[in-house]
Design a protein around this ligand. Structure first.
Ligand SMILES: [Fe+2]
Ligand SMILES: [Fe+2]
Length: 264
């Protein structure tokens, strides 16, 4: 099973990038399933119903979230009914939405789990224990499982990769918006990357308009950041999973920008 994961989609530039590149990504990687992180899809802060529909219409089949899940209040209107939207699983019991699901594409099934880290992020339940619980449950239904671990600290993400090696097909990090150069298959067959990177404005600061971020660093004064309007880049991960074993057979980061992209 070939899977393409698109890193944090930031604002309209990010959404337009996904729409522009999906036909090319499909042609190049022949994915059976496309998953994207959408926590910054609406102006950098959360997601709404129209944008969710827009991403599904573009060919995304599942959307994972993160610390910005609740930034756009519209999500409360539809998250309980949208089975393809996955928010961090280790939020307190009773939180709206779901933290894992199975995405079906033809005869193929991919379990998707979203977890959030506890280092340099607001308090949450233990992502490691929650991962154990969910993966036990999912593995009764499918061996193919992708975990989006939305976390700040590289150490926490690397630890999760090792913790789930051989039990998840893919453990990929999101949240930092900066792609790391450590994609590999761990010894027991889990494809791993510390961060898949972001999709959206290339020349801002993590997707936001750079002047206001620089000003905030210099002055220390509060500021409200807007999504940058610059050239785009798309960052993500391609993984090929052996469906018989659930182990990854190949993994490679995807990194394209406006200057390097040559349309098919
Ligand atoms: Fe993000
Ligand atoms: Fe985040």
């Amino acid at each position: 099973m070939k899977v393409v994961f698109i890193g944090d989609i930031v604002g309209q530039v990010g959404r337009d990038t996904v729409k522009r590149l999906l036909p090319w990504l499909k042609d190049r990687y022949q994915p059976h399933i496309v998953i994207a992180n959408g926590e910054n899809a609406a102006g950098g802060r959360g997601i709404n119903a129209a944008i969710t529909r827009e991403l599904f219409a573009a060919g995304v089949q599942g959307i994972t979230m993160g610390n910005h899940t609740w930034d756009n209040r519209e999500i409360f209107d539809f998250i309980d009914d949208e089975a393809r939207m996955i928010r961090p699983a280790n939020l307190p019991p009773g939180t709206p939405g779901r933290g894992y699901t199975i995405i079906k594409s033809g005869s193929r099934e991919l379990g998707i789990v979203n977890l959030i880290g506890r280092t340099f992020l607001p308090p949450s339940d233990c992502p490691f224990r929650k991962a154990d619980e969910i993966i036990d449950e999912l593995r009764r239904k499918t061996k193919c499982i992708l975990v989006d671990f939305h976390a700040e600290a590289t150490s926490e993400k690397i630890a999760m990769g090792w913790h789930l090696d051989g039990r998840a097909s893919v453990v990929l990090g999101t949240h930092t918006h900066v792609q790391t150069n450590d994609d590999r298959i761990l010894p027991e067959g889990t494809a791993y990357v510390t961060d898949a990177g972001m999709t959206g404005p290339r020349d801002g600061v993590l997707g936001m308009e750079r002047e206001s971020v620089i000003r905030k660093f210099i002055t220390g004064m509060p500021a409200r950041f807007q999504v940058a309007e610059t050239k785009w880049h798309l960052n993500g991960l391609f993984v090929d999973i052996d469906e018989a074993t659930g182990k990854a057979v190949s993994v490679r980061t995807i990194r394209v920008d406006e200057d390097s992209w040559i349309p098919a």
